[in-house]
Each structure stands twice: as C-alpha cells, then as structure tokens.
Design a protein around this ligand. Sequence first.
Ligand code: ATP
Ligand code: MG
Length: 444
Amino acid sequence: MALITKAVRGTRDVLPHESQALRYIERTALELAQAYGYAELRTPVFEHTELFERGMGDTTDVVQKEMYTFFDKGGRSVTLRPEGTAGAARACLEHGLLAEALPCKVSYVLRCYRYEKPQAGRYREFSQFGVECFGAATPAADAELIALAAETLATLSVTDTRVEINSIGCPECRKRYLDALRAHFAQRQSELCETCQGRLEKNPMRILDCKSPVCAGIATEAPTVLEYICDACAEHFDGVKRYLDAIALPYEINPRIVRGLDYYTRTVFEILSEFPEAKGLVLAGGGRYDGLVEELGGQHTPSLGFGMGIERVWLQMQALQAPLPEKHLCELYIAAMNSDALQRAAQLAQELRASGWHVEYDIVGRSLKAQMKYADKIHAKNTVVLGEDELKNQRAKLKDMKTGAEELMTLPDFADEFERLMLRRVERDILEGFGDDVTPFPQP
Ligand code: ATP
Ligand code: MG
C-alpha cells in the first residue's frame, strides 16, 4: 500500500528510541541553567512578523531568506519563530519582567523554523536550547554566559569542542568599521551576490556571513572588526577574557565571527565541533545584544544570550558514543494463564502503575508461551505468572529475569512487597558500585 504522503522535507520524526535521549539533553540543559539562575520561559511558536524583522534585523539571512511567513485567516502577517531571543524579549517586556529587579534570566527549549537547504545538522524544523539575560552590562555576565554554554556541553559529555570569542563593538565604533568594510567590498561590488549587493550600503557586515563561495572569498580579505573597536569596547572585551581566564575556561579569539543577527553588540561567541565528521559545525552561538530591548520599544537594557542546536548536540553525542541514562525498561511483566488471572493481572498492574512502576500484561490475547516471549523481547526486568494455583493460594513467584532468582510474593500484598524488593535491589546495586545495567556517568 502506498502512503498518501511523507514528512515534509527538512523535518524529522523523533521515534521512541531517540526521544528519551533528547529529553535527557533538554532536561540536563534546563536544570544546569537553573543552577545559573535561569527559569524556564515558554513563548508561542508564531509571532507577528515585524517582531523578527525588527528584532533580528531585516538585512539578515534569516529574515531575508529563511522565515516561514504567512497571512493567517484574519489577514495578519505571522511568522513561525526562527529563533528564541526576539520572542523572549517581547514576552519579558510585555509582562513587565524587565521593570522588576534585574537581571531577568530566562531559559527555554523550543522548536524553530527556518527555510534552509536541509543537510546533516541543518533542518527546517529544529530545536534550540537557549538562555537570555536581560539587564546585565558587565564583562562578568558575558563570561558567565559562555561558561554556561560550555558547561552544558561538558555535562552532556560533548567533548571535542572549541570556544571562539570576538567583540564586534558598539554602534558607535562600528560606524568606522562599516565604512572600512564598504570600501573593501565596493572594490569588487560587481562580483558580490545579489543579496550582498543590496547589503553593501545598508549593512556590509552581513556580507561577512554570506554563504555564497564568491562573497565568502572576498570576505576573507576584509578588515576585521577588532582593529576598529573603541576603548570602552576593548576594555569590556579585556574584562571578558580576564573572567574566562579566572574560571579556567579555554577560548580562542576569532576576529571573523560576526554572528548572523543584526542586534549583537560587543561580545559574540560560538562553540564549534572539532569532531572529525562534524568539524566546523556550530553547536552554540550567542553574545551580547545591548540594543535589542530598546529596538522593541523598551528602555535601554544591556542584555545577552545564546542558542544551542539540540539536534547538532545529539549528533555529536552519538558520534562520540556519549553515555546516556539507563533505558526505561518494563519493571514487571504479568503473564496470565486464563481470563480470571488476566483480570487479576489488570488489577495488579493498575495498582503498581499508580506508584510509578512500568508494568505490562497481555492485552492482545497471546498464549502463555507467546506472553513470555514478548516479555523477553521488551527486556522486562521481572516476570510473574498467574494461573489457577496462584489465584487459589494467593501466592506467586516473581522472577528476576537477569539473575533468574525467584521470590515468593503474596498477591494481596503484592504492590508493597514489590516496592520493598525493588528498593532492596537499588541498595544492593549502590553498595556494589552499580549493576552493569546502569550506564555509568563519566567522572568530571
Ligand atoms: P549556521 O551558521 O550554522 O547557519 P546560525 O548562525 O544561523 O547557524 P543561530 O541563529 O545562532 O545559528 O542559532 C543557534 C544555533 O541553532 C546554531 O548554533 C545551531 O546549533 C542551531 N541551528 C541554527 N540553524 C539550524 C538549523 N537549520 N538546523 C539545526 N540547527 C540549527
Ligand atoms: Mg543559519
């Protein structure tokens, strides 16, 4: 039978064997962010289009080429969010969070949408973990932000990465830099792609991250921004480096990072993969955007944040065979030999599940032999068989499928006895330095 349709190009289904790992990544990231004082914020998937045009800048690749923009049935132009910062700033402003004690620190895991050419690590629907810190101007804030991004990867055992930082100055010192860039690109104007010809006047910095090979070639000889930043910006950048040194976080200075969004000021950073197959892929990127909140109608609020591509992190974790928490397995499979026993199985399962145990029994009408085969297939940790004798004596044998050890249980107290038995096993595993079914976490 032919399927009537398949998933849209650039989107991916997360199947059960993968979703547990992704949930682990997301939870780990959000929990670590919590330790840095960030609380989770959830914003809508779509926003008014002008939010991104204003918030990201209308000369950016994302706004010019990659947004999923459409008119809703009321004739309003709305856009599926391509990133998290603009929506977070809008929400914090709208709900008055920036009028309270600052800094205001928010974190999120969200789906983003960009119409890009799909390839490994690049999708049209993808997930970002990100944080935004509103109302913090000092270099310590920049260093703390970079530390959180790096620490998130380290906690997930994502090794083989490199932190690169740069300063792109403030709007004041950038004027001189933009003039120098214009002069550079004007010499070879006719060779630039059409989009970049349009950017030459308005925002020549955008030409630096154009993906066209010709523009990229011309960009390699362009002057770099660090030569142009003013004393105050240079001092801020020195401060960031000092704090990073103080917390012993290795970094490299890459004067060519400009970041894809218009609203960045001063510090920008990227964490790149150095893993052979993924070399150069950007796992996380972010920086300071002191002008954004004002751009959206708020007070001047120095702010900063980063976004991390969850699928890219997961790709690298798979390639590195990074450890993951133990797979969720069925704790107990209750096999039943007749319909009375099946009813008793249903009751027991109900009771145990209410206490959080993963319990299964036969709901497809299999023979006993087939039930046991199925229990084996799902790697049930324990099994119990209920039949006429068990119901008559109100006793049944629980079998540990790994060791083969059997334990006589009384049916009326089954749930309590099961709970105690499982606790004893956890204690035993801890005393023995964990059973071999637990994937150990690496030592820091
Ligand atoms: P790139 O240069 O790779 O296009 P970007 O500068 O457009 O990245 P950001 O806007 O900074 O990316 O987004 C933050 C992070 O989100 C990126 O570092 C990356 O890990 C991830 N990301 C961005 N676009 C995609 C995509 N299309 N598919 C998967 N992940 C993405
Ligand atoms: Mg991009």
